[in-house]
Design a protein around this ligand. Structure first.
Ligand code: ADP
Ligand code: MG
Length: 349
């Protein structure tokens, strides 16, 4: 996990807006050929030659999308970048640049913003994207971060949500559900801590789940892997809101139905144990949890042989005709309609 740092406190007001931007961006280096002009002018300039450009943006609000009580700022910066890059990966494109806009309340010392930026810069380095601009302003209430990710792809490589066809196989990368349970563990520890601040949490049994929540990674590797295997998905989406809502997106946009098999959904052993401990149904977590940032996609049945031996991929279902509907086939072999119980920040769970 990333380190936490807590030392001196410098007031942001002393620096002023331009001083702060300068301070935060002075070490930023550019590595992408497509970046012609970066931070420092009224706008950045990019050149993608004959590639297509994909763009995605996300807004993160303190108290809605993150809680600084258990989210260290460096992790938050890292995650804010990763969730955007994940959207670029879900188009089967390669992320190349980001812009970073932040609104900070005056309760933040400079060191806190530096920590946030350390995470942002670490993610930019890890995913090889240039930070090419942004905006910096003050906020009356809480921290706001908006990141825009830009990526490139050849037109014939881009994958949309709407290309799934009957008989295609439904495939997911990695494992599902761990990030949500990581959040449950952190929420529980926060409550324990509020009752007794001297209580030192022992989070070793939960390390994988917490890492998935606090330091998720985007599946930047999948585009290359699929291209090596000579598989082009027919549709693709990233798993940010839980499997069921992502499956519904693909099916609605592709005008198809789907059978998802409960016993095929990949789960980490640590998740299985902790669901038992919390007495929570693991399938509910996989379907409705979210924040896994794995990729969910469909492939032609003929491509099955190309992916079947690869540990990154699990076939969890298949696409059907639209009139057959969207169903979960349970371990007991009953068929129940899949509902969009995916995580929705606008409504109470
Ligand atoms: P403007 O007045 O045109 O909005 P700013 O003074 O806000 O310009 O920004 C100056 C430069 O710094 C611009 O290139 C802008 O993209 C960049 N910038 C501002 N804030 C950030 C930030 N938080 N992260 C990265 N770049 C930033
Ligand atoms: Mg500005």
């Amino acid at each position: 996990m990333l380190e936490d740092k807590n030392q001196k406190k410098t007031s942001i007001a002393e620096l002023g807006e331009f001083g702060l931007i300068d301070h935060l961006t002075k070490n930023i280096q550019i590595t992408q050929e497509s970046t012609i002009k970066s931070i420092g002018d009224d706008a950045a300039v990019l050149d993608f030659n004959n590639k297509k450009v994909v763009i995605s943006t996300d807004l993160l609000i303190e108290g809605v999308h993150f809680d600084l009580a258990y989210m260290p700022l460096k992790h938050l910066g890292y995650k804010a970048v990763v969730v955007n890059i994940s959207d670029i990966c879900a188009m089967n494109a390669t992320a190349t640049q980001i812009t970073v806009s932040i609104a900070i309340s005056n309760r933040f010392p400079l060191e806190a913003v530096e920590e946030l930026y350390e995470g942002i810069q670490l993610a930019a380095k890890t995913y090889n994207v240039d930070i090419i601009g942004g905006d910096t302003t003050s906020s009356q209430k809480g921290l706001i971060i908006s990141i825009t990710a830009i990526g490139e792809s050849n037109l014939d490589e881009i994958v949309y949500r709407n290309g799934a066809q009957p008989n295609d196989l439904l495939v997911v990368t990695g494992d599902i559900g761990a990030a949500y349970m990581g959040l449950q563990v952190l929420e529980r520890e926060k409550q324990v801590f509020q009752v007794n601040p001297n209580n030192q949490p022992d989070l070793e049994h939960y390390s994988y789940l917490i890492e998935r929540q606090l330091k998720p990674e985007a599946r930047k590797d999948i585009k290359e892997l699929l291209s090596k295997l000579e598989v082009k998905p027919t549709s693709m989406i990233d798993v940010s809101d839980g499997l069921s809502s992502e499956i519904l997106h693909i099916c609605k946009q592709s005008n198809v139905g789907c059978n998802l098999y409960e016993d095929k959904i990949p789960a980490d052993p640590q998740l299985i144990n902790v669901c038992e401990e919390f007495n929570i149904d693991i399938t509910t977590i996989a379907l409705s949890g979210g924040e896994d940032y794995e990729l969910l996609f469909t492939i032609k049945m003929d491509d099955f042989d190309k992916i079947k031996a690869n540990p990154n991929f699990t076939v969890i279902g298949h696409i059907t005709e639209e009139k057959e509907g969207i169903h979960l086939i349970t371990r007991a072999n009953t068929k129940i309609p899949l509902k969009a119980r995916g995580w929705n920040s606008l409504s109470e769970k």
